[in-house]
Design a protein around this ligand. Structure first.
Ligand code: NAD
Length: 356
């Protein structure tokens, strides 16, 4: 039974979610409800063919497709998209794809206030947040504003069956990282903790099914559902050392987002584990293990993920730089941040070691 000895705050976010296989068929209805008639579709190069097809299907209300979104949302790419928004007098944005596509639509919404309908096809969770991370001059800067949050999210499981297993695994670990940090957030609450535990449980069951058969609809549905719950966690409470480090490593060394989360998460959790008994209790239940940090490492490794930041392209001298950056703009974390401890955490992730 839960004990409610500590007062808490829960703020629910305003976004409409349409979930299920084939739910992209409701896109026209959603655009009608928002009254959008001059829509820009955005995505990464990988979504280009799909987005052009979607444009044909939706007819004249789609005024342009822009498929140049890339990871970490560089401001230079947003500026290119903004010139299309202005020249076509766009009145809404549809994003199809992962966090890179959604990052670009959020960057447009932040500048214009335009409504977004987003169709996530990875497990990154960006669609559930009012946060935008933009990169300029090798620095990734985070902005938070209610207009960044998408108005409508369409989770169509059918659009995820083509997501390669390697990306599915790391993207799923990225989602799990949101839940892990939500469980020990200084502003967590019982509602978010319940969603986080269920999100982790759903994803750890789903990922091995997807690795065995990427078209397994049970695996795909559970992964997308878990990713949604973990995305709510990310959008609702404060993240701590793990997200701070991933953010720094991504922006400073241009490391791949989901892969970096995967390699770092077991070590960030191990760093905090002794200081957050409630989070560990929930993770033990969700993962069915007594050692959540090691279990996450073992799961990701077994499913083929690269567990070494060195192999992901981080230079060894980056360990010191990342340690120093971790102490800029301080933030709450369950365990006090100690330079030596943080350096060891990063070093172990760089080496790809199993956490102790
Ligand atoms: P991504 O969007 O770059 O996608 C990874 C690759 O998978 C891309 O090449 C893409 O084309 C491809 N892909 C996507 N869906 C596919 C599908 N269904 N089938 C085949 N290929 C597919 O990667 P990501 O990890 O989803 O997102 C990373 C970005 O999102 C980073 O920039 C990160 O900072 C941002 N992000 C932001 C938030 C937030 O709240 N602001 C949260 C999470 C991630």
């Amino acid at each position: 039974m839960q004990r409610f000895n500590t007062p808490f705050v829960y703020t629910s976010a305003q976004s409409r979610v349409v979930f299920g296989a084939g739910s992209i068929d409701f896109l026209t209805r959603e655009l009608d409800q928002l009254g959008l008639n001059k829509v820009l579709i955005v995505g990464t190069a990988g979504q280009r063919a799909f987005n052009e097809e979607l444009r044909l299907k939706l007819g004249g209300r789609i005024v342009a497709c822009f498929s140049e979104a890339v990871m970490h949302t560089p401001v230079s790419v947003t500026n290119e998209a903004m010139s299309i928004v202005e020249s076509h007098q766009v009145d809404g944005v549809v994003a199809v794809g992962g966090g890179s596509s959604i990052g670009l639509s959020k960057a447009i919404a932040f500048r214009t206030g335009l409504p977004q309908v987003v169709i996530p096809t990875t497990y990154a969770g960006s669609e559930m947040t009012a946060i935008l991370g933009e990169t300029e001059n090798e620095l990734k800067v985070t902005k938070s504003d209610p207009k960044i949050r998408p108005k409508v999210v369409i989770y169509d499981v059918n659009l995820t069956t083509g997501l390669p297993v390697a990306i599915s695994v790391t993207s799923g670990m990225n989602a799990i990282a949101h839940a892990v940090e939500a469980l020990y957030a200084h502003d967590t609450n019982p509602v978010i903790a319940t969603l986080a535990e269920e999100g982790v449980r759903s994803l750890v069951k789903a990922l091995p099914l997807i690795a065995a058969n990427p078209e397994d609809l049970d695996g795909r549905s559970n992964a997308l559902y878990g990713a949604w719950l973990c995305g709510i966690c990310l959008g609702s409470v404060s993240m701590a050392i793990h997200h701070k480090l991933c953010h720094t490593l991504g922006g400073t060394f241009n490391l791949p987002h989901a892969e970096t989360h995967t390699a770092l998460l077991p070590h960030a959790l191990a760093y905090n584990a002794g200081h957050t008994p409630q989070a560990i209790e929930r993770l033990r239940r969700a993962l069915d293990t007594i050692s959540p940090a090691q279990a996450l490492y073992d799961l990701a490794k077994k499913l083929g993920a690269q567990m070494s930041l060195k192999e992901l392209g981080m230079p060894e001298e980056g360990i010191q730089k990342a340690t120093e950056l971790a102490f800029k703009n301080m933030y709450p974390n369950p365990r006090t941040l100690e330079p030596e401890g943080v350096k060891v955490l990063i070093t172990h992730a760089w080496q790809g070691k199993r956490p102790l």
